[in-house]
Design a protein around this ligand. Structure first.
Ligand SMILES: *Cc1c(COP(=O)(O)O)cnc(C)c1O
Length: 382
């Protein structure tokens, strides 16, 4: 592959396990649900999930039902897997057969779980989802008692087992916001409604990375980190990844394919949004927006070539962009876009600042055509 494709994403599985330990050290014994949705934020779902499984994680979260079914095939029976995105008419039968935990946050979903469980002849494992302040998925607070009553009926009929009650925090990454306290209060109300219906829930879970790190009251029985696992700071305002002892797990690089000298006054790339003010050495890096390099990176995002910082020069194209080459750099040298701060590289969070987005998006949008190479204990041989 590498001889055809001159860019690569190196995935350090040891960094992911290191980040797992960092998160664990902030907790007081809560279980961890490793979030591996979106192909493990672009890092490779099966490889990341296996590394976490070997490191003792026994619960995985993916958004979509299809991802959950694939992950079950990849991990085999044993670890728990929760899915929370499926549409009316989705094959919940397959989820129940594969022993996948199903989030239920709407009355139509309760009905579909009931139908599917009857068809399989086996109870579904469900996590009731309360909306406590995202206005996204989940039952309204005012519907929680009725939802719990119906879920209890499914339990009584052997069609479901309510193993979890959960919700999601909207502002846990904002140092100035006290909205997490409001959500914890609403979650407590949902918890009372469920227990009043006679349901004995084992797993209450509310916190993703930022809640796990910074909101002890939101940790309950289990936390659901994604970003922090991959070395993204859930809030650079609260601390950089390095300050939080999180290591960037993805290093994105490419081989410089062109080196040339152009005179002063040369317009660069589409629209000539950059023009040289003196004779300049330019290089071409073969990564573009098809690979997930945001056009917002044009003229601003950092890279490192031969140990020197430079930036994207001119507009990012579909498959490539131009950069000013540091002294002595030439075609065949490696351009590093982001990686771990310890290696002297810009981080995905730095790219997020440069491109006016969040670290989550920077790593997750790296295109499928960029080959991934795995390193660290348990890395598959390539
Ligand atoms: C993505 C997601 C997570 C993980 O969030 P991070 O901020 O990446 O830690 C947790 N829970 C739910 C419901 C999610 O959708």
């Amino acid at each position: 592959m590498s001889c055809y494709y001159p860019a690569r994403a190196d995935i350090n599985l040891d960094a992911i396990v290191h980040n797992l330990r960092t998160i664990e050290s902030a907790l007081s014994g809560q279980q961890i649900m490793a979030i591996v949705k979106a192909d493990a934020y672009g890092h490779g779902r099966s490889q990341v999930a296996r590394a976490c499984l070997n490191a003792g994680v026994n619960f995985f979260g993916v958004a979509q039902l299809g991802e959950a079914l694939t992950l079950r095939n990849e991990l085999g029976a044993g670890p728990n897997i929760l899915t929370w995105i499926y549409a009316p008419g989705a094959p919940l039968v397959r989820a129940i057969e594969a022993n996948i935990d199903i989030s239920v946050g709407a009355f139509w979903a309760l009905e579909e779980v009931e139908k599917a469980a009857r068809a399989v002849g086996q109870p579904a494992r469900i996590h009731l989802k309360a909306d406590t302040g995202m206005a996204r998925g989940g039952f309204n607070g005012s519907d929680m008692a009725e939802a719990a009553r119906q879920a209890r009926k499914l339990e009584n009929n052997g069609l479901a087992r309510v193993v979890g009650l959960w919700s999601h925090l909207a502002r846990a990454d904002e140092p100035e916001s006290d909205f997490t306290d409001v959500q914890v209060k609403r979650f407590e109300a949902a918890r009372s409604a469920v227990s009043s219906a006679g349901i004995d829930v084992q797993l209450h879970h509310l916190a993703a990375s930022s809640g796990a790190l910074w909101h002890p009251a939101a940790r309950y029985d289990m936390v659901r980190p994604g970003a922090a696992l991959y070395g993204i700071s859930p809030s650079p305002a609260m601390g950089t990844a390095a300050q939080l002892n999180l290591r960037g797990a993805m290093q994105l690089s490419a081989t410089v394919i062109v080196d040339r000298t152009v005179p002063a006054g040369t317009g660069i790339s589409y629209g000539h949004s950059a023009v040289t003010d003196k004779e300049t050495r330019l290089g071409v890096v073969p990564l573009g927006y098809e690979d997930g390099i945001d056009r917002m990176a044009s003229n601003t995002a950092p890279l490192v070539i031969n140990g020197h910082r430079t930036t994207v020069t001119g507009r990012v194209c579909m498959d490539q962009f131009v950069t000013e080459l540091p002294e002595g750099a030439k075609a065949g040298d490696t351009a590093y876009l982001f990686g771990d701060a310890q290696d002297g590289l810009p981080t995905a969070d730095d790219w997020a600042v440069a491109t006016k987005t969040i670290g989550w998006e920077v790593i997750t949008r790296i295109g499928a055509r960029v080959p991934r190479y795995y390193h660290g204990t348990g890395a598959p041989r390539s």
